[in-house]
Design a protein around this ligand. Sequence first.
Ligand code: NAP
Length: 241
Amino acid sequence: MRVLVLGGTTEGRALASACAAMPGIEVISSLAGRTRSPLLPEGDVRIGGFGGVDGLAGYLRERGIDAVVDATHPFAATMTAHAVAASARAGVPLLVLRRAGWAEQPGDVWHRVADLATAADLVPGLGERVFLTTGRQSIAAFAGVDACWFLSRSVEPPAPPLPQRVEVLLDRGPFTVEGERSLLAEHRIDVLVTKDSGGSTAKLDAARERGLPVVLVDRPPLPPATDTAPSVEAALDWLAQ
Ligand code: NAP
């Protein structure tokens, strides 16, 4: 069986490793090519866009793909929409692998918002020094927020427009609670902004300890009637069937 894993996430890499270790499964991982030195999954890897729905449907047919697992980030909504449409067109089964979002805990001061624009409207009312962890493609949404100073963390440098007052921190996880605690203290952060990506809670734990408000951007909805799995194990069960 030849499986295409749409990756760029920890789960995508873990699934590729699990597939590579299984006899009878050939795995090809696909990365968008956004990072200059990506963490490469095991097995075959291809890098770069497919050229929309048509390009992906053609790729599935040409490469004789038997199953697609979309393990992209929960906010990679365009790729997921393309995967759903292209798999249907090529007649290839598709599973969307999505880790669960974060759940609020006692002591959290969370403000859930629908999108980045709403987050940008909200932050000046919550504090002046903002830790922005929404990724380099999201920073433009905060470019007009002159009332705040931002510490923006991303793997790759963000492209303009940037906020007037910003310090860019280039770093890639995993992050620890100790590390996040020091960062919040060192930069005298008073608001955290994050997407509801799920996974490691280190920054949320550190924010809770300090009683900081957190602006949490909700996930975009999945296309209707999509098969989903919350974990690599569940995705392997789906492939086995
Ligand atoms: P996106 O907006 O949903 O996708 C834009 C276009 O990028 C897609 O139409 C596709 O181009 C190409 N693309 C995206 N993921 C791809 C993949 N795995 N393989 C091949 N082409 C891909 O995606 P995005 O939000 O920019 O995310 C890009 C990558 O970064 C994804 O792999 C995602 O898992 C990872 N990532 C995203 C975030 C985030 O917050 N969005 C966070 C962490 C990691 P074509 O139409 O030409 O096929």
